[in-house]
Design a protein around this ligand. Structure first.
Ligand code: SF4
Ligand code: SF4
Length: 432
């Protein structure tokens, strides 16, 4: 992405590119049911006087751009016109360009800028976690009404809770020793905590670290900063690349010493592996870090394939439904969570490849929440179709949102992370 050139921010050039791509999509329409962007685009065209794009005004494109959650699904799974096709179509990165243009003009809302500053908000919110969690709790109508009025957050949306201290402080000193009897003993990994697991929820990271240690991996826990995905959603490309610098400086020396870098969240793995190299194409250090980085499920499957897993896995009662998170899919390595869960004896996980609808922080906002539930409903229905005992997703934001979708369709169920099932099958689930 040539985001540092002036041409990238030229509004006439952007409009011409939007029109070129939207017209191809109008003729194709394969993506009609992926998200809300495409229905908005097609309705706009169908309701125009000519029924074609030529009578749609460019000012009406904004809702199409706003509805894109940058999930990458259209690019990865549907579009026959992506490079090297001569149409050179990349819908999500065109939406990103439109947001980058708006961001440079100062049009990103203050609350969106604030929510993207996870490393400013996280330390304060963990320190004041009691108060922060009380205000954001869905049951606190006064607090949520204030957040709705001040920040535009839908009072019905489940917001992430904060832990009472960062994961690096809570778990860093007590990481289990690697299991010397495991076939993979000798491997070493940096577990890149990512902002969500560092500040918000420790249970997934704790389960992951226990599973890795049980499998002989010497784990070092690091959190040098947020990968920048929330800033990417805002189109803040300078913010993303500036934030990458200290993370590369902290993690690359480990990679040079033979450590694997394991990102706890699919979106963050996607950033390190694909988005950073795209934004910093000539940066050899970024490239080297991207090559050393694994998604968590990918890493466990890699251990299983190269060495075999450690003994001790026991069957779990009941079926498993797996929601494939969009940023897992965007890594283009197949459904690794399903591969991982098939390592549990007798497990036959069912895969659901539908969007959860949450779109990062997108689904928290008034005006988006109902759409987020609507988009996630087919995924929710598919996940509970066989009445499984376990519903899992690798995305820690999709999980709580899917719980709200299941609540909305009258089939409430807890949604966990696949690594928590693996930890359970090993008998490694213990309170932190
Ligand atoms: S990236 Fe995802 S949300 Fe955006 S247009 Fe494509 S499918 Fe829709
Ligand atoms: S993104 Fe590609 S597959 Fe989707 S509607 Fe547009 S042209 Fe068709």
């Amino acid at each position: 992405m040539d985001w540092q050139s002036e041409q990238f921010y030229d509004e006439a050039a952007l409009d011409a590119e939007l029109r070129r791509v939207f017209d191809i999509c109008h003729g194709c329409r394969r993506c009609f049911n992926l998200c809300d962007s495409f229905p908005r685009l097609f309705d706009l065209i169908d309701e125009a006087p000519s029924g074609e794009l030529d009578t749609v005004e460019s000012k009406d494109f904004q809702p199409v751009i706003d509805a894109c959650t940058l999930c990458d699904m259209c690019f990865m799974t549907k579009c026959p016109y992506v490079p090297p096709h001569e149409f050179n179509l990349d819908f999500p990165h065109l939406m990103l360009r439109a947001r980058a243009v708006a961001h440079r003009k100062g049009e990103t809302r203050l609350i969106e800028r604030h929510l993207a500053e996870t490393d400013r908000v996280g330390p304060v919110a963990t320190f004041l976690s009691g108060a922060a969690n009380m205000v954001t709790d869905r049951g606190n109508s006064l607090g949520r009404n204030v957040l709705e009025a001040v920040a535009g957050l839908d009072p019905r949306a489940t917001l992430p809770r904060y832990a009472d201290m960062p994961l690096t402080k809570a778990l860093g000193p007590v990481i289990p020793e690697p299991n010397a009897d495991a076939p993979a003993f000798g491997r070493k990994a940096v577990f890149y905590a990512t902002c969500f697991h560092n500040y918000n929820d420790h249970s997934i990271a704790t389960a992951a670290i226990r599973v890795l240690a049980h499998n002989g991996v010497a784990v070092t826990l690091e959190y040098p900063g947020c990968c920048g995905m929330p800033k990417l959603e805002n189109g803040d490309l300078p913010g993303v690349t500036a934030g990458a610098v200290p993370i590369v400086a902290a993690l690359l020396p480990y990679a040079a010493q033979g450590y694997d870098i394991v990102a706890a969240t699919p979106s963050c793995a996607l950033m390190l592996k694909f988005e950073w190299p795209l934004l910093m194409p000539g940066n050899a250090e970024v490239k080297a870090l991207s090559e050393a980085t694994y998604d968590l499920s990918e890493y466990v499957v890699d251990i299983a394939k190269k060495h075999g897993l450690a003994a001790g896995l026991q069957p779990l009662a009941g079926g498993i439904s797996v929601h494939l998170a969009c940023h897992s899919r965007a890594q283009n390595f197949g459904p690794k969570a399903v591969e991982m869960l098939k390592l549990i004896p007798e497990a036959n996980p069912a895969l659901v490849e539908r969007c959860s609808g949450h779109g990062g922080k997108w689904g928290y906002f008034k005006g988006n929440f109902d759409t987020a539930i609507k988009v996630g409903t087919p995924a929710g229905r598919a996940l509970v179709k066989t009445n499984p005992a376990h519903v899992v997703t690798e995305c820690p934001l999709a999980g709580p949102h899917l719980e709200q979708v299941l609540e909305a369709i009258g089939q409430p169920k807890a949604v966990h992370h696949p690594i928590e099932l693996l930890a359970r099958a090993y008998g490694l689930e213990r309170p932190t």
